[in-house]
Write a protein that binds this ligand. Structure first.
Ligand SMILES: Cc1ncc(COP(=O)(O)O)c(C=O)c1O
Length: 365
C-alpha cells in the first residue's frame, strides 16, 4: 500500500482505521447481507447507524437535547443560502463579518436574500483583503442590537486564519458559526452557538452533506413559507429523512465520530496543536519562509505560507510531491503553499513535511 500524505483542504484525508473498517463492512455490513449504501433508509439497520452518529456527535460537541443535529445536502454553501432564507425576513436585519473567502460568500448570499425580501445585512467587520491575513479583533466587531442573528466563520480555510477564542457577541442575538474547517479540532464551547454547521468533507467525513446543529428554539423561528426542503424545520421533524439522506456519507461520518471517541477528544486536540506548532516553528525559524496569517490568528488546520518567488514555490511543491506529499499548493485564488492538517492528518506526515522543509531551505536558502 502506498498512501501519500494528503494535505488537501477538502475532501481531505480520512483516518486509515475508518477506511479499513468501511472496507471490511463494504459488501456485507455486519451480516445484513448488503452494503450500507444499498440499505433502505426506512429499513431496520440504517436508522441505527444514523442515530448513533448523531448521539456521538452530540456527545463530542457537548450539546444537549435542546439541539437538533441535521444532515443536509448541498455542503457548507447551501447553508449560506438557507440561513437567511429561514431567519431573515422583510424589515429585519442580520450581522455578518467578512474576513476571508468563506465568510465573504456567506455575506453575499445573505445580501441576495435580503434584496429579494427588503431586509438588511450589516457588515460588522471587513478585513478580508488584509495582508497578513487575519480575523477581526473583538474591538473591531461592532455588533448591532436587535438583529435576527450574527454570523461568522471560525476558520478561514483559504487564508489560514482562525479565531483562537470565539468573539463575544451581544446577548439575546442568536449566534451562527460556519465551522466547516475546524469543527471538533480544538476545545470549544459549542453551546455558545445557537447554530453551527460544517461541510463534512474536512474534519468529519466524506463530501456530500453539511452537518448542522441548531437549537430547537431557533428551528421553530424559521420562515415557513419557503420550499419545504429549505426549511430547517422539515429536516428536524423528520430526523433528516424527509427525503433520502446521503446514507453512506452519514455512515462514514459515524465512523469518524467513533474514531474520535476512541482516541479521546482531549488527546486529539493536543495532537492538533502540536502538529501545527511543528510547522509554524519552521516557518518562524528564518526569513526563508513567510507565514501568510497574522500570528495571533494562525490556523491550526490550514497552515499557509510563501517562499521568496513563485518559481521557488513550484520547485517546493514538485519536490514535495515526488516525496509523497500531495496537495500542498495554496488555493488557486491566493497561490503560495497551504498545509492542511485536519484531525485525521497523521503526525508522521507533519514530521515528513517539517524534515523536507528543513532540507529544502538548506539547499535553496
Ligand atoms: C469555511 C468553509 N465554509 C464553507 C465552505 C463551503 O463548503 P462546500 O464546498 O461544502 O459547499 C468551505 C469549503 O471549503 C469552507 O472551507
Amino acid at each position: 500500500m502506498a498512501r501519500v500524505y494528503n494535505f488537501s483542504a477538502g475532501p481531505a484525508t480520512l483516518p486509515l482505521e475508518v477506511l479499513q473498517e468501511a472496507q471490511q463492512d463494504m459488501i456485507d455490513y455486519r451480516g445484513c447481507g448488503m452494503a450500507v449504501m444499498e440499505m433502505s433508509h426506512r429499513g431496520k439497520d440504517y436508522p441505527v447507524i444514523h442515530d448513533q452518529a448523531i448521539a456521538d456527535f452530540k456527545e463530542l460537541t457537548g450539546i444537549g437535547d435542546d439541539y437538533d443535529v441535521l444532515f443536509i445536502q448541498g455542503g457548507g454553501s447551501m447553508q449560506f443560502a438557507m440561513i437567511p432564507m429561514n431567519f431573515l425576513n422583510a424589515g429585519e436585519s442580520a450581522d455578518y463579518t467578512n474576513q476571508g473567502t468563506w465568510s465573504g460568500k456567506a455575506y453575499k448570499e445573505a445580501l441576495k436574500v435580503a434584496a429579494l425580501r427588503g431586509a438588511t445585512v450589516n457588515l460588522v467587520a471587513d478585513c478580508a483583503k488584509d495582508i497578513p491575513t487575519r480575523m477581526p479583533s473583538q474591538e473591531e466587531l461592532k455588533w448591532n442590537a436587535g438583529v435576527k442573528y450574527a454570523h461568522f466563520c471560525t476558520n478561514e480555510t483559504i487564508s489560514g486564519a482562525q479565531f483562537k477564542t470565539m468573539p463575544a457577541t451581544l446577548p439575546g442575538v442568536p449566534v451562527i458559526g460556519d465551522m466547516s474547517s475546524d469543527i471538533l479540532s480544538c476545545e470549544r464551547d459549542y453551546t455558545k452557538f445557537d447554530m453551527f454547521y460544517a461541510g463534512a468533507q474536512k474534519n468529519l467525513g466524506p463530501a456530500g452533506m453539511a452537518v448542522v446543529a441548531i437549537r430547537k428554539e431557533l428551528t421553530e423561528k424559521g420562515n415557513a413559507q419557503i420550499p419545504v426542503m429549505l426549511q430547517y424545520r422539515t429536516h428536524a421533524k423528520e430526523n433528516s429523512m424527509f427525503n433520502t439522506p446521503p446514507t453512506y456519507s452519514i455512515y462514514l461520518f459515524g465512523l469518524v465520530m467513533k474514531w474520535i471517541k476512541k482516541m479521546g477528544k482531549e488527546n486529539l486536540f493536543k495532537l492538533n496543536a502540536e502538529k501545527a506548532k511543528k510547522i509554524y516553528d519552521v516557518i518562524d525559524s528564518s526569513d526563508f519562509w513567510r507565514g501568510t496569517a497574522k500570528r495571533e490568528y494562525r490556523s491550526d488546520m490550514n497552515v499557509t505560507f510563501r517562499l521568496a518567488t513563485e518559481e521557488l514555490e513550484k520547485k517546493f511543491l514538485d519536490e514535495a510531491k515526488a516525496l509523497g506529499m500531495s496537495s500542498l499548493k495554496g488555493h488557486r485564488s491566493v497561490g503560495g503553499i497551504r498545509a492542511t492538517i485536519y484531525n485525521a492528518f497523521p503526525m508522521e506526515g507533519v514530521d515528513a513535511l517539517v524534515n523536507f522543509m528543513k532540507e529544502f531551505e538548506a539547499k535553496n536558502g
